[in-house]
Design a protein around this ligand. Structure first.
Ligand SMILES: Nc1ncnc2c1ncn2[C@@H]1O[C@H](COP(=O)(O)OP(=O)(O)OP(=O)(O)O)[C@@H](O)[C@H]1O
Ligand SMILES: [Mg+2]
Length: 500
């Protein structure tokens, strides 16, 4: 390893009602990948935001390449060689890929803004990284994983010498993750220092040189990755051992609840047939891009259905918009929490209350505060949401705690069917278990649950039955305790040979 290029000592940072960082220390050397680990709300994002000038620290000292900094502005941080890829994607959705990459340092030709020049340079960087994205495309039209790749390309285009990645792989496909790791290794070779935040502990073995662990805003430990192991890391993170990572509840499948017949919706939902039963958890597995999210969106009425039938409790129902679905008792916790799942500018209270107004309003249409409080209290405590209170803006919560709110708002309803799309993305080990327990609670109440997940151990660990999709079609169906990862992968890659 090389010289120390970042040294942060005795860093303190408070937000109203929360001590986010309490006397934290952090060091990074050149040519290493330092994994920064901790539960949701431990303070990881806050620490790297201070290093990149997004937040000002309350007290503490910082040295970057040996040079002391007091109050660091984002511009100074960039000039010092720091680039950060934020956890919640931070791009302008209506601008193109190239415009986003050169935001604030736009290229001109003959004194005027030149899209052509920016697109050319963007293309060069993207090609170097072997990322196939058209620089002229509007970012809002890209999938989350593509957007994440653009953020990475953008960070690299400023010649960073210290690169911070806050959960970069949370929505990448395995091939994209391989590409990212290849890029990270190359950066290491060239002497860059990388701070890598992730909840996917199993991927650390491929890239981490050292780990720093935080808990409740405090520094816990730093060590070489090869001198430790994942179990020890988890124990440091949560302060206790987690025995059961997938607490699947044995249950008995009840009667048929939701049946989807010959559903077609766009290219990614082709003749899908599915049945969900009372008290059973169905995992919808497949590779990213298999059409799982599209299927859930079509069922829930976000996207139009071209043909097909939906039956609920033996009666055919019509779902043409999410409202129809919610009324019928079918709810969806979507994948992209910032865009679809949460109003980040509203308080936790309002986020929880909004979809449940029919339950908490009196006959005069006025919110019954007592009922609202009870609803919030139930969601906050059953999910152990870490926040200073329900009046906190949802946008100020840590990533994992935001996810809990997305799930939490549906708990109040007596739904028949609950669909979760990637419910544990960006969630720490202990909180994952909490989400699984919620799924189990729903299951034991006789609710039909479906979970879309790209994480194979999760699909296998928490579902009773697994339906596999590939290229918009259902290609397999297996019982979780009679199958294996490789069998599911076989179905997940069963592309239609005629379709090429
Ligand atoms: N802008 C803010 N305003 C108020 N509170 C905040 C703000 N940003 C963070 N916090 C609080 O500071 C604490 C640390 O949050 P932080 O986002 O750093 O956690 P994290 O370790 O990144 O968690 P995760 O793994 O969920 O992303 C949390 O309690 C969070 O609610
Ligand atoms: Mg974070």
């Amino acid at each position: 390893m090389g010289e120390t290029i970042v040294s942060m000592q005795s860093i303190n940072k408070s937000f109203p009602g929360v001590k986010a960082l309490d006397n934290v220390r952090f060091e990074l050397e050149s040519g290493e990948v330092m994994a920064l680990l901790g539960e949701n709300g431990a303070g990881k994002s806050t620490l790297v935001k201070i290093l990149s000038g997004v937040y000002a620290r309350d007290s503490g000292t910082m040295e970057i390449f040996g040079k002391p900094y007091g109050d660091l502005s984002p511009k100074q941080a960039q000039a010092a060689g720091i680039a950060i890829i934020h956890q919640e994607l931070n791009m302008c959705r209506h601008l193109t890929v190239a415009e986003n990459m050169f935001l604030g340092r736009e290229k001109t030709q003959y004194g005027v803004l030149s899209n052509a020049v920016m697109e050319q340079e963007a293309q060069k960087i993207l090609s170097e990284l072997k990322i196939e994205i058209d620089p002229a495309q509007v970012v809002g039209d890209l999938t989350i994983s593509k957007q994440q790749m653009v953020e990475i390309a953008k960070a690299l285009s400023v010649n960073a010498r210290i690169l911070v990645m806050d959960e970069p792989t949370s929505s990448l496909t395995s091939k994209e993750i391989d590409d990212l790791f290849r890029i990270i290794r190359a950066l290491k070779e060239s002497g860059c220092g990388i701070i890598y935040i992730s909840h996917r502990l199993e991927e650390l073995q491929y890239i981490a040189d050292r780990v720093t662990i935080m808990r409740d805003g405090q520094y816990v430990a730093s060590m070489r990755f090869k001198d430790t192991n994942v179990n020890e890391i988890i124990t440091h993170m949560v302060g206790r051992e987690i025995k059961e990572k997938f607490p699947r509840l044995p249950g008995k499948r009840g009667k048929e609840v939701l049946t989807v017949k010959n559903l077609n919706a766009g290219r990614m939902v082709r003749n899908v047939n599915l049945t969900l039963y009372e008290g059973e958890v169905v995992g919808l597995a497949g590779l990213v891009g298999a059409g799982r999210t599209e299927t859930t969106r079509a069922i829930f009425g976000i996207d139009p259905k071209e043909s097909g039938e939906i039956w609920l409790d033996g009666r055919q129902i019509k779902i043409t918009c999410p409202r129809d679905a919610i009324k019928a008792g079918v709810v969806l916790a979507p994948e992209d929490r910032k865009k679809d799942g949460l109003c980040t500018k509203l308080s936790i209270r309002h986020n929880l209350a909004l979809p449940n107004l029919d339950l908490i309003c009196g006959s005069a249409g006025v919110v019954n505060r007592k009922k609202e409080d009870a609803l919030c209290e139930k969601a906050m405590s059953s999910l152990s949401v870490k926040a200073s209170g329900v009046e906190t803006d949802a946008g100020n919560l840590s990533g994992g705690n935001q996810q809990k709110i997305v799930v939490g708002k549906w708990l109040a309803r007596n739904s028949r069917v609950v669909i979760f799309d990637e419910p544990t993305r960006g969630i720490d080990v202990a909180a994952k278990v909490e989400i699984y327990n919620i799924i189990n609670t729903l299951k034991s109440q006789g609710i039909a649950v479906m979970i879309v997940s790209s994480e194979m151990p999760e699909v296998l660990g928490i579902s009773d039955r697994i339906v596999v999709m590939c290229d918009g079609r259902v290609t397999g169906e297996v019982m979780a305790d009679e199958t294996s990862q490789s069998e599911i992968l076989t179905y997940a890659t069963r592309f239609d040979s005629k379709a090429g």
